[in-house]
Design a protein around this ligand. Structure first.
Ligand SMILES: NC(=O)c1ccc[n+]([C@@H]2O[C@H](COP(=O)([O-])OP(=O)(O)OC[C@H]3O[C@@H](n4cnc5c(N)ncnc54)[C@H](O)[C@@H]3O)[C@@H](O)[C@H]2O)c1
Length: 275
């Protein structure tokens, strides 16, 4: 049910790998709401993912950029402005990767080179994107930048490993840069803290199936889907949220403020009774 909420707006969507990606759903929703977009992902993802299918669906150009390379990001910013013929109104940062998670190296026995890569790819990249946009004066006043986070930034989820530290840093960068960009250009920066979602990044986390089920049972509204996250992001890109900045916004069906649910209590009672 599109409402042309982004009519006339232009922006960059990072991180669409395949049709399960949150960025994929957001790209489709943005275009349905009247936006023009540029799609981007790491060169390796362009080779292995399905972004060209999405580009056709969205009538959008694809520009490769590794989020750890300032040269790539500066180039993306310049080329996008050339394509749009001017400044932009929104950016989705939908990027996450941990070599330690991938190689199942535990948090307490971490590999520090991997750890630095996790922080660089998943958190510092937001700083890089914002700095590059600010230097190029690539964003219109009231433009909206959204990063995607997870509640492991506030509470511990052991399988989430060093991504928890990366998300804490991501949320902090949104707050800190949001302050500077707000005063300088009235640009807003927020993170959305999404429910566990079955995507490539999500299902790579050890024990994903179990904490997906757990979150589903804990959340009064159930887990939020990737489509629902895309819709929330569209609202954050729209003019209806002009005064929201520097926030971490929970989009998790109520999980973050639930202590325990009756369904889980009953499940534990049943398990105890059968001991
Ligand atoms: N899936 C979940 O359970 C969940 C929950 C909360 C938040 N998130 C966050 O949502 C965002 C999107 O993840 P997703 O779940 O859609 O999974 P996804 O695997 O579809 O997307 C992750 C993207 O990051 C990109 N990426 C990795 N390294 C990169 C680099 N060096 N440069 C540029 N791009 C790079 C990948 O190519 C991929 O497109 C991530 O920040 C993730 O942490 C996911």
């Amino acid at each position: 049910m599109p409402h042309q909420l982004l009519k006339g707006k232009k922006g960059i969507i990072f991180g669409a790998l395949d049709e399960r990606s949150i960025a994929w759903k957001t790209a489709l929703a943005a275009v349905a709401e009247g936006a023009e977009i540029v799609l981007t992902n790491a060169p390796v993802a362009l080779r292995m993912g399905k972004i060209n299918e999405l580009a056709t669906l969205c009538n959008a150009p694809v520009i490769g950029a590794d989020a750890t390379s300032i040269t790539d990001i500066d180039n993306l910013m310049q080329k996008s402005m050339e394509i749009f013929g001017g400044k932009m109104d929104f950016i989705l940062h939908s990027i996450g990767m941990s070599p330690n998670v991938r190689k199942t190296i535990s948090y307490t026995n971490t590999n520090y080179e991997n750890f630095l890569k996790t922080l660089d790819i998943s958190a510092l990249s937001l700083h890089r994107v914002l700095q590059s946009a600010m230097k190029a004066d690539a964003l219109n006043e009231w433009a909206s930048v959204v990063g995607l986070s997870y509640i492991a930034a506030q509470r511990s989820f052991p399988g989430y490993n060093d991504m928890a530290d990366a998300k804490a840093m991501l949320e902090s960068v949104a707050r800190s840069f949001g302050y500077h960009y707000g005063f300088a250009k009235k640009v807003r920066v927020n993170t959305i803290s999404q429910s566990p979602t079955p995507t490539t990044a999500g299902s790579g986390v050890s024990g994903f199936d179990v904490f997906y089920e757990y979150a589903e049972k804990m959340s009064p509204l159930g887990n939020a889907t990737a489509e629902e996250c895309a819709n929330y992001t569209i609202m954050m890109f729209s003019d209806y949220t002009r005064m929201v900045t520097m926030q971490n916004l929970f989009h998790d069906g109520g999980f973050s403020f639930t202590g325990v649910s009756q369904a889980l209590v009953e499940e534990l009672q049943k398990a105890k009774a059968s001991e």
